[in-house]
Design a protein around this ligand. Structure first.
Ligand code: HAM
Length: 430
């Protein structure tokens, strides 16, 4: 009996070459936007001590109570594959004394996260996030500029119908007050709650607020705007300022009193990005977490962050038929015609490669000019060099722009400089 083929584990996927153009485009756009906003990259470990997530994300959250990949390593240490990036970033901020740097410290990351969830469209057990974290700025304007950077990212990617949902959770004190009122109310309606919310009502009653089942929604409707009603004066004033700044900057948003987020560390402003008409699929979420640095042993430090689900963004780009440039497989394609041209083509190729340029060609094989140019465009190569008998005789080379099909004649010794200049004009890294 032949052995059965081994397949990828449930909830994970291969990201094949034909998908790479999306991943490349998302990463490049992300970097452009966050670099312009002053964020610097941090590469975090993919696993951390389990305790880190218990203390930050919260023991009774869905993530910690039922979605973590936790195991004992050979040294008997409890290790968890990171389900998110904020906890690790705070740990690194403290571990490397970043609080002594000029504040705010602005960091971004990119990488896989792990959650044992029920796999479905846009929900995986290994998925990628890009995220931003900013430490040391407690102003309402900081919240707004983060939302602004994020919106710039989604818009630059070419997505439309983006909706920002915002809410405030206030301080731990005001939230505890809201939870107590809510607990009482849910206690009275316990038997009418969905099975998940029966447990949430006991362990994390605020999560009932964003339950989507109709019977829970009806019960929650009675609670009115419970979080807002429990806010202290200062938190109310703060949130009003955030909304005022958003209005001044003409950033559109929707107030969503049911937006509570699934992680325990949030305080004050929270926000999520969805697409109008498909509001179940959250493309990214974040908020302020002013108590977390202290909870993890540091000094009181205001902080705010956000993370994007990369697969969900790519799925939305496909659903909205966003066109993205293909990734060139080379910088330049050398087209040659005739035996004498082959030697010259080889010579030019060597010179270009010595300058670290990526060259493609069919040197050594027979083919018409049209055939070679067709291949060049299939490889999305921005420039082509054409060498035939005439060019050998005249000691020059034809340089063709593959996008607008314009051509110019360049003398032999200037070809390398000319190719580099053209690539620079097209903003293709050389
Ligand atoms: P989160 O809302 O748990 O927040 O995750 C952020 C985004 O990751 C979600 O909006 C979604 O797009 C994506 N995502 C989450 N789970 C999955 C999954 N199983 N499959 C595919 N995509 C998924 C956080 O993780 C916070 N750390 C965000 C943050 C940063 N808050 C402050 N700073």
């Amino acid at each position: 009996m032949p052995e059965k083929n081994i397949q990828a584990a449930r909830g994970v996927k291969d990201i094949l070459p034909e998908e790479q153009k999306y991943w490349f485009w998302v990463e490049r756009t992300w970097q452009e936007v966050v670099h312009a906003s002053g964020f610097e990259r941090i590469i975090l470990p993919t696993f951390e001590p389990t305790e880190l997530f218990k203390r930050s994300v919260g023991e009774f959250t869905d993530i910690v109570s039922k979605q973590m990949y936790t195991f004992k390593d050979l040294g008997n240490n409890s290790i968890t594959l990171r389900p998110e990036g904020t906890a690790g970033t705070v740990r690194a901020y403290l571990e490397h004394g970043m609080r002594t740097l000029p504040q705010p410290v602005k960091l971004y990351y990119w990488g896989p996260m792990y959650r044992y969830e029920r796999p479905q469209a846009g929900r995986f057990r290994e998925f990628y996030q890009v995220g931003l974290e900013m430490f040391g700025d407690d102003t309402p304007m900081a919240d707004v500029s983060m939302i602004q950077s994020i919106l710039r990212f989604y818009k630059k990617l070419g997505l439309s119908d983006i909706v920002v949902k915002v809410n405030t959770l206030g301080t731990v004190r005001s939230r505890t007050k809201a939870m107590a009122t809510l607990s009482k109310m849910l206690g009275k309606n316990k038997k009418n709650l969905c099975e998940d919310c029966k447990i949430r009502a006991k362990k994390n009653p605020l999560r009932v607020l964003d339950c989507k089942t109709i019977k829970c929604q009806e019960i929650i409707a009675e609670a009115g705007n419970i979080l807002m009603d429990s806010l202290d004066k200062e938190s109310k004033r703060r949130f009003t300022k955030v909304l005022e700044h958003m209005d001044e900057l003409k950033l559109e948003y929707e107030l969503d009193p049911g937006l509570v987020r699934g992680l325990d560390y949030y305080t004050h402003t929270v926000f999520e990005i969805v697409i109008r008409g498909n509001e179940e699929t959250v493309l990214g979420g974040g908020g302020r977490y002013d108590d977390l640095v202290k909870t993890l042993g540091g000094p009181s430090t205001p902080a705010i962050g956000f993370a994007v689900g990369v697969e969900r963004v790519i799925n939305t780009m496909k659903a909205q038929s966003v066109t993205i440039p293909e990734i060139p497989k080379a910088d330049v394609f050398i087209v040659q015609l005739g035996n004498r041209a082959k030697d010259k083509a080889q010579n030019v190729m060597t010179k270009l490669e010595e300058e670290d340029l990526k060259v493609a060609s069919l040197i050594g094989k027979k083919g018409s000019i049209q055939g070679q140019l067709k291949l060049a465009s299939q490889l999305h190569v921005p420039l082509a060099i054409i060498i035939g008998d005439q060019e050998i005789h005249d000691k020059n080379i034809i340089l063709r722009d593959m996008q607008d099909r314009s051509q110019e004649t360049v003398i032999d010794r200037k070809i390398v400089a000319m190719v580099k200049q053209k690539l620079e004009e097209k903003k293709i890294e050389v």
